[in-house]
Design a protein around this ligand. Structure first.
Ligand SMILES: Nc1nc2c(ncn2[C@@H]2O[C@H](COP(=O)(O)OP(=O)(O)OP(=O)(O)O)[C@@H](O)[C@H]2O)c(=O)[nH]1
Length: 871
């Protein structure tokens, strides 16, 4: 049991995983200095991942974010990335998204709909410069002649030509979009325009890097060209857009179509079903060809869904040949629909067309000139607030129906009433000053433009002509690979678990340790002092006493370790020779073996704090050790707050099949306010020959919304005394994507203290491949396993889609004096992001805790300065 505990100690927080020898350790203080620029560890080196539950969780989160990044490839659903970390991940993916994203990330103050996503792409203006590299390039290549000259200098190979052709086509798409915006009276500074241009530039840049060349983002050139063409007015605009309207009956679908064309194309009716069948109309708006498909009105209640199904099937048939570029889902702004009151209707739409219908949909709220209702205390609520609330209800319902909580459909407002306020040009203006029609059309066109660019850059593999094709997600290969590359300890039988699998032959250890052992037996007798006696000692005497105590403790533990090792060796030898002995002797040995394994060794207790402070959860959560199942709470170590850090439960058990094969089961469920995670692992290992073993494992864990199921196998053999080699395979099913990988691992055990592990591998899925490798050097304490000094250097490298991520990780743990431990960690990656952490843990120097006051003082100082400034 003791060994089980130590083996799986990594699931406990570091402070608890060690057996606390120093019982006088009563007050302890941990100080962490945490310097961080930006944390993004592409592929943490081996051993890192399993260091603690928190890190496991972090890994899971990383996988999740990778899944998000990847899921958005060729998929217009954006996982609503938070600022910073996620953005940096996201920018790795050369993806262009639909208008849905473009708008949801816009932060236009004139827009009644506030930016629904916090990070997105932020403000408009700076986005016109997508990235330093690209903008520099654009200056160099800005003018056409210069660019041509550069092309002429380039070695003309096929790839370069293809790149130039693609770049030129992308440039024409950019020009086309600027012309559309121009016709709708929008400048490049309009948020939607800026976002589309930004995404085009970003995709081109990343695409260029992929093929070894940085793409040129020629915004100035495109803008000049668009202006020129529009001014001349002769060059026809090669663009048309098909828009389909869907929504409940009477919300204003036909009226909106009439407003778009500024003429009555369809009749509207205030009192009965207006549109009886699906029909389309083609017309031009500002010289742009627009086709709109009007659909019969849908009904909201459950009992009407049969009727809705019939209607939607007829719509599906209608759009089979010429699918729409964008869907407008209409609802009324002034209708206070109850939360999810429209769920039946939205679910039916999802059922018939698939969830992807929502990936290219804009929420349109009609009757937008209505006055906001009174607030709870009788005061009128603000228009913007009202719009936000209504938008949120519809967006949330769509999210629910689509089963994708990351979905963020843009919202556009419409007012069809003839009495609507107009500007001098006769365009309808909303109460917030927005001219709605160009806004709605621009959003719709942006989606089509981005789809065109996606097809050009082959970022999307949906078959052409298939309406709302379900776009499959690519598996997060780098993260699956980094999980495969982790070095996993081989599973052992309970009686074999003692000791480190990577130590050199026991004979070597024996030789080095023999002196110490004899030393302990030869030591003169020693009497421990009582507390009262200790108090009488002088400082130097105290030091000498503790030094002696420590020395003796060390020697004693060494001796114990040695004895245990020897006993195990003997048992092993006996078991080996037992085959030749009579059967009753065999039974005796087995009995002895069995009893040795089942001797109840009490689990080391957690070091309890002295106070019964209710904030310290150690007093409230203990773990069960009543039977073979090990049940423990999971502590979230990555928290600074004084809150309950326990967020889950961990269950483990080791089975022995046919007395020979170890089989371990471990499961963990963690749940916090927002998300829950499930991990389950089944592992086994079979020995076949001297120094050869094959491990098998199956694990499942939640990755975002999906479950990942992984089957893995690994074979290891000792080819030389100092060298162990292993090869592994893994297959992961994540959602509907399958990924398979291989790895090779070589472990060089230079001596008792120093070892080197090198791993390399590749992971493939959906025609994509990620390559990775890592190197980890470990230097242990000269008194290992008694001493805890440990230094590791890890290097990891990952190549995926031409994007190279290199990470370096350094960690050192060493004691200062008898009561203080320092753990220093630093990591850095080739994107310049890194983190430095210094953790100081002391059981005596309580005054170190005063360091924690520094941020407090800084804050207070900041306040006082602010106050002075105001006065
Ligand atoms: N005040 C106001 N009235 C509107 C607006 N949009 C539509 N209406 C009125 O609402 C009524 C229904 O409009 P329709 O366009 O027929 O609605 P629909 O969604 O096409 O209805 P079905 O064809 O039955 O599905 C008409 O009387 C319109 O004039 C709007 O934005 N503001």
């Amino acid at each position: 049991m003791l060994f089980r505990h130590l083996t799986f100690a990594d699931l406990l927080p570091s402070g608890q995983s060690q057996v606390h020898r120093r019982s006088e350790t009563s007050n302890s203080v941990t100080v962490m200095l945490f310097l961080q620029r930006q944390f993004w560890d592409p592929a943490p080196p081996q051993g890192e991942h399993r260091a603690s539950t928190g890190q496991r969780r972090a890994e899971n989160q990383k996988i999740q974010s990778a899944a998000d990044v990847v899921s958005s490839s060729g998929n217009s659903v954006d996982p609503a990335p938070p600022q910073g970390e996620h953005r940096s991940e996201k920018s790795r993916e050369p993806e262009i998204q639909s208008a849905a994203d473009v708008v949801s990330s816009s932060g236009n103050s004139a827009d009644p709909v506030p930016p629904p996503r916090p990070a997105g792409l932020g403000r408009a203006a700076p986005l016109l410069e997508p990235a330093p590299r690209a903008s520099q390039q654009s200056r160099v290549n800005g003018a056409v002649p210069q660019r041509q000259a550069q092309i002429a200098e380039d070695p003309m190979n096929g790839e370069a030509e293809e790149n130039d052709e693609t770049r030129e086509k992308l440039q024409m798409i950019r020009v086309k979009f600027l012309r559309l915006a121009h016709r709708l009276g929008q400048t490049p500074h309009n948020v939607v325009v800026a976002q589309v241009l930004y995404r085009l530039g970003l995709a081109e840049q990343l695409r260029g890097r992929n093929s070894g060349r940085v793409g040129a983002f020629s915004f100035d050139r495109a803008s000049a060209m668009a202006e020129q063409l529009e001014a001349a007015g002769q060059e026809p605009l090669d663009f048309s857009c098909t828009i389909m309207v869907l929504g409940k009956t009477g919300v204003g679908k036909s009226a909106t179509i009439n407003s778009i064309f500024d003429e009555v194309k369809f009749s509207t009716d205030a009192f009965q079903l207006g549109t009886k069948k699906v029909q389309d109309v083609v017309g031009t708006v500002q010289g742009i060809q627009v086709r709109v498909i009007d659909t019969p009105g849908l009904l909201p209640s459950w009992s009407d869904q049969r009727q809705n199904e019939k209607i939607l099937h007829s719509v599906k048939r209608f759009i089979k040949k010429t699918p729409p570029d964008i869907v407008l889902y209409l609802d009324r702004l002034d209708m206070q629909s109850r939360d999810f009151g429209d769920m039946p209707l939205l679910s039916t739409i999802t059922e018939i067309f698939g969830p992807s219908i929502w990936f290219n949909a804009i929420v349109v709220l009609t009757h937008a000139a209505c006055a906001p209702p009174d607030g709870p205390n009788g005061t009128a609520s603000s228009y913007d607030m009202f719009v936000t609330q209504r938008s949120h209800v519809v967006q949330q319902a769509i999210r629910q129906a689509a089963g994708d909580m990351r979905l963020m459909n843009p919202v556009s407002l419409v007012e069809n009433h003839s009495a609507c306020r107009t500007n001098r040009a006769g365009q309808r203006v909303l109460p917030n000053g927005q001219v709605w029609k160009p806004h709605l059309l621009l959003l719709s066109f942006a989606s089509k433009i981005l789809a065109e660019a996606n097809t050009l850059l082959k970022l999307q593999d949906s078959p052409p002509g298939k309406p709302f094709a379900t776009r499959s997600r690519a598996p997060p290969l780098p993260f699956l690979l980094s999980s495969l590359l982790q070095s996993r300890p081989q599973l052992k039988l309970p009686e074999e678990q003692f000791g480190d699998e990577d130590t050199l032959d026991d004979d070597v250890d024996d030789a080095s340790d023999s002196d110490d052992e004899s030393d302990y037996d030869e030591l003169p007798s020693f009497k421990r002092l009582t507390k009262a006696q200790l108090a009488k000692l002088t400082k130097t005497q105290k030091k000498a006493y503790f030094d002696e105590l420590e020395y003796r403790e060390k020697l004693f533990m060494k001796k114990q370790l040695k004895e245990e090792k020897r006993r195990r060796k003997l048992l092993k030898k006996m078991a080996a020779s037992a085959k030749d002995l009579p059967s009753d002797f065999n039974e005796n040995v087995e009995e002895e073996n069995g009893s040795a394994a089942s001797v109840p060794v009490p689990m080391p207790d957690l070091a309890l704090p002295t106070s019964f402070d209710s904030d310290n959860p150690t007093h409230r959560y203990r773990y069960l050790d009543s039977n073979q199942w090990l049940v423990r709470p999971v502590l979230e170590t990555h928290g600074w707050d004084h809150d309950v850090g326990y967020e889950g439960i961990n269950v483990e058990r080791l089975f022995v099949v046919k007395d020979k094969i170890p089989l371990s089961f471990s499961g963990q469920v963690t749940k916090d306010k927002k998300e829950s995670n499930l991990q389950m692992e089944l592992a086994s290992s079979v020995k076949h020959g001297e120094g050869k073993a094959t491990s098998f494992g199956f694990d499942m864990q939640s990755v975002g919304k999906d479950m990942a199921y992984t089957l893995r196998s690994e074979t290891r053999f000792n080819n030389f005394r100092h060298n162990k080699t292993g090869a592994g395979l893994s297959v992961t099913l994540l959602g509907d994507a399958l990924a398979a990988g291989v790895k090779l691992e070589d472990k060089l055990i230079v001596n008792k203290r120093f070892r080197l592990v090198m791993t390399g591998g590749a992971m493939t899925g959906r025609g994509d491949v990620a390559y990775g490798g890592s190197l980890e050097a470990t230097l242990r304490d000269k008194d290992y396993p008694l001493g805890h000094t440990l230094s590791t250097l890890g290097l990891s490298i990952m190549d995926w889609r031409g994007d190279l991520a290199i990470g370096c990780n350094l960690q050192s743990q060493f004691p200062i004096g008898r009561s203080t431990n320092v753990i220093a960690r630093a990591n850095l990656n080739n994107r310049g992001a890194g983190q430095v952490t210094i953790r100081l843990n002391s059981s005596e120097q309580l005054q170190i805790a005063l360091i924690g006051l520094i941020p407090l003082f800084r804050k207070l100082l900041g306040y006082s300065q602010e106050m002075q400034f105001r006065q």
